[in-house]
Design a protein around this ligand. Structure first.
Ligand code: HXC
Length: 298
């Protein structure tokens, strides 16, 4: 990311302690970079220790400050509890959590197994709740404060063909955002979400556009003829996480250049025409990526 495009003063997040789930790669890494550049202490978690360590080292080298990496699969509530214990022991309570970790792949719903559904729902739907619940209960007990931001998509408003487990799970997190904004507002916690359009990352492209079909093929029909730039997303994330926006609560804000208004922001148009052969080829490509990632988890 071009950090010179950040619109905030350099110390705006000083004193903040922010966990970014899935912070080793993709959008999580970009937001982590903005937070550390603007003075926060940043914790990142993911499933690949090597990748996390690399990211933490690179961000500290570039910007100074402190980034701490934790290997943690958010599908496990026990693993989350151990990580949050370690974070609390390392300087106290978190003041911010970005629920960014996700799993997704394009598939015809009739081709999904129960395991395939669970692979996504366990990360996005259950894992996001586990993290939020673990941190939230500690904040209530300690009378602290915390700011939660979840990374969703515009599909939370209209669903999305060919990514049904993701659309269902992210819609549930949209409901969590609205519900807890009300219930836990009195405990100095607030809950917002960002619904990004297309911000290409390696993990997303490999699973949502393995063949150039799907996610990355939507740009000709886009009102601005382009995808999002990382600093644009980071600026919105900092605004929502930073001081001065406290009265923004319970909101899901799209950042997609009006792609949602133009075409619903889904992959229906490009994917509905594909046949068995193309789906098989894409599935093989996606599963090869999954296996490669798995090998790096150790
Ligand atoms: C059908 C598939 C499949 C595919 C996997 N499965 N890929 N089924 N089509 N393409 C099935 C497998 O066959 C298996 O079921 C089950 O899913 C679990 O597969 P594993 O490989 O064992 O899963 P796992 O290693 O746990 O990996 C989880 C994952 C993977 C979700 C499948 O994609 C992942 O780790 N993703 C993390 C990164 C990521 O997805 N980033 C993109 C996020 S984009 P069986 O029955 O065979 O056991 C996003 C929104 C973007 O979130 C919005 C853009 C607008």
């Amino acid at each position: 990311m071009d950090v010179t495009q950040l619109m905030f003063r350099d110390d705006i997040l000083r004193g903040e302690r922010i966990l970014v789930t899935g912070g080793g790669t993709g959008l999580g890494r970009e937001m982590a970079e903005a937070f550390i550049k603007l003075g926060a202490t940043v914790y990142i978690c993911g499933r690949r220790q090597g990748k996390l360590d690399e990211t933490a080292a690179e961000l500290m080298e570039a910007h100074g400050g402190k980034v701490v990496a934790h290997a943690c699969d958010i599908r496990s509530a026990e693993a989350i509890n151990a990580m949050i214990d370690a974070i609390w022991a390392d300087g106290g309570a978190l003041t911010g959590v970005v629920n960014n970790a996700a799993g997704n792949f394009i598939s015809r719903t009739e081709d999904l197994s129960i395991n395939g559904f669970n692979a996504i729902a366990d990360i996005v739907f259950r894992g996001t709740f586990y993290v939020t619940h673990n941190v939230g209960t500690r904040i209530i007990a300690e009378k602290g404060r915390c700011n939660f931001l979840s990374i969703l998509t515009t599909w939370v408003w209209n669903g999305s063909a060919f990514v049904v487990p993701s659309a269902m799970s992210k819609s549930a997190i949209n409901a969590m955002t609205q519900s807890l904004a009300v219930e836990w507002g009195r405990y100095n916690m607030r809950f917002n979400a960002i619904a990004p359009g297309l911000f290409p990352t390696k993990g997303m492209s490999a699973r949502l556009s393995p063949d150039g079909q799907g996610a990355n093929s939507r740009m000709e029909a886009h009102p601005m003829n382009r995808h999002g730039e990382m600093h644009e997303l980071a600026n919105l994330a900092v605004f929502l996480m930073g001081p001065g926006a406290e009265y923004v609560n319970g909101q899901t804000i799209a950042i997609d250049g009006a792609g949602y208004q133009a075409s619903g922001g889904t992959f229906w148009a490009t994917l509905q025409a594909l046949g068995d052969e193309e789906w098989t080829r894409m599935r093989d490509m996606i599963e090869a990526t999954n296996q490669k990632d798995k090998a790096e988890r150790g």
